[in-house]
Design a protein around this ligand. Structure first.
Ligand code: NCD
Length: 337
């Protein structure tokens, strides 16, 4: 596959053919992700998991995905705990860490920093989020989830009517997702945000030029009724110049059971890259939606493992050898099956 030996820094390098191939590999990872089987295909390989910005699921799922393929994980978290805080350049850090790893996943607060890091790396680098810029693996797992959710409703991606909701200005997950969606055409996409937090024009233009029907709005009522998939996002408080400014938008769009029942299609799917801000003043996705079958947020996080396993297997060129290194598990496997 084209991914072998390559960096994954942006979704710009990804084609529709590659997505389709990758998603077939992701599907084949299910027995390992659900612990029916173990594979040791990456035994001896080392992932450098370098997270210089807060993360729970992205960091842990990169590590977990690598472990599930039999590889080992070395981690560093937080800028202040690393030599970057002593003035070391990204280039030098990359030269050093790539000597210790077969592949590196990295998150950093500055846009383009992961690409700069990759210039100094001797091994493939995966962008785990670079400031407000991109989050390619999240976009891939979001697209994988969108396809799966539509399939389970007997629909294809061509029937997608997607509403992106919230902080579309700073949200890197929606920036990357829009670029992937621009590979398709004729979809319905609603972009709903406070006016000041609108989707940057370059991504809107990309969607329009791809032939999508794009609507832009500022109220929930403009975005919810026509959507079969609603993608809520968090106000990205860490990207604002002050906490006071971020507070202006906290709680701007709140989804709960009552709003869902009143404004959404009966089987509308709700997605969110997570974390959802559950503090009272925000409560963007209420806990009273937890039992709603349309709430796909934890199917999304489970899918993150499949997609990241597929990426590791393809980038390291072992996607055809996974089953050769498998065996059944002999421990209690909980509810994963
Ligand atoms: C997102 C991120 O870090 O961009 N989280 C994630 O990786 N799943 C979204 C967010 O932090 O709001």
């Amino acid at each position: 596959m084209k991914l072998k030996g390559q960096h994954l820094l942006s979704v710009k390098d990804i084609s529709l053919d590659l997505i389709n191939e990758l998603f077939i590999v992701a599907d084949s990872m299910r027995p390992y992700a659900t612990r029916q089987k173990v594979t040791r295909v990456l035994e001896g390989a080392v992932l450098g998991n370098m997270f210089f910005e807060p993360s729970t699921r992205t960091r842990v799922s990169f590590g977990c995905a690598f472990n599930l393929l039999g590889g080992e994980v070395r981690e560093t978290t937080g800028l202040s705990n690393s030599a970057l805080a002593k003035g070391e350049s990204l280039y030098d850090t990359a030269q050093v860490l790539s000597g210790y790893s077969d592949i590196i996943a990295m998150r950093h607060p500055e846009a383009e920093s992961v690409a700069e890091f990759a210039l100094g790396s001797r091994v493939p680098v995966i962008n785990g989020g670079d400031g407000p810029n991109e989050h390619p693996t999240q976009a891939l797992l979001d697209l994988f989830t969108i396809q799966n959710e539509l399939t389970s409703q007997g629909k294809t991606i061509q029937q997608l009517s997607l509403t992106l909701l919230g902080d579309l200005k700073h949200g890197r997950t929606v920036h990357s997702l829009c670029q992937l969606l621009a590979l398709y055409n004729g979809l319905k996409i609603q972009l709903i945000s406070p006016a000041e937090l609108a989707m940057p024009t370059r991504y809107v233009d990309l969607l329009i030029n791809a032939g999508h029907q794009v609507e832009i709005g500022t109220t929930l009522e403009q975005g919810l009724p026509q959507a079969n998939i609603i993608y809520q996002t968090r106000i990205q408080e860490e990207r604002f110049s002050s906490q006071e400014e971020a507070n202006l938008y906290r709680g701007y769009f709140r989804l709960n059971k009552q709003i869902y029942a009143e404004h959404c299609q009966s089987n509308a799917v709700i997605m969110h890259p997570l974390p959802r801000d559950s503090r009272n003043e925000a409560n963007e996705l209420d806990n009273d939606l937890n039992a709603e079958p349309g709430l796909a947020i934890f199917r999304q996080t489970d899918n993150g493992i499949l997609v990241r396993m597929a990426l590791f297997a393809c980038i390291l060129g072992v996607e055809d050898q996974v089953t050769k290194h498998e065996r059944n598990v002999n421990w209690y496997v909980g509810l994963n099956n």
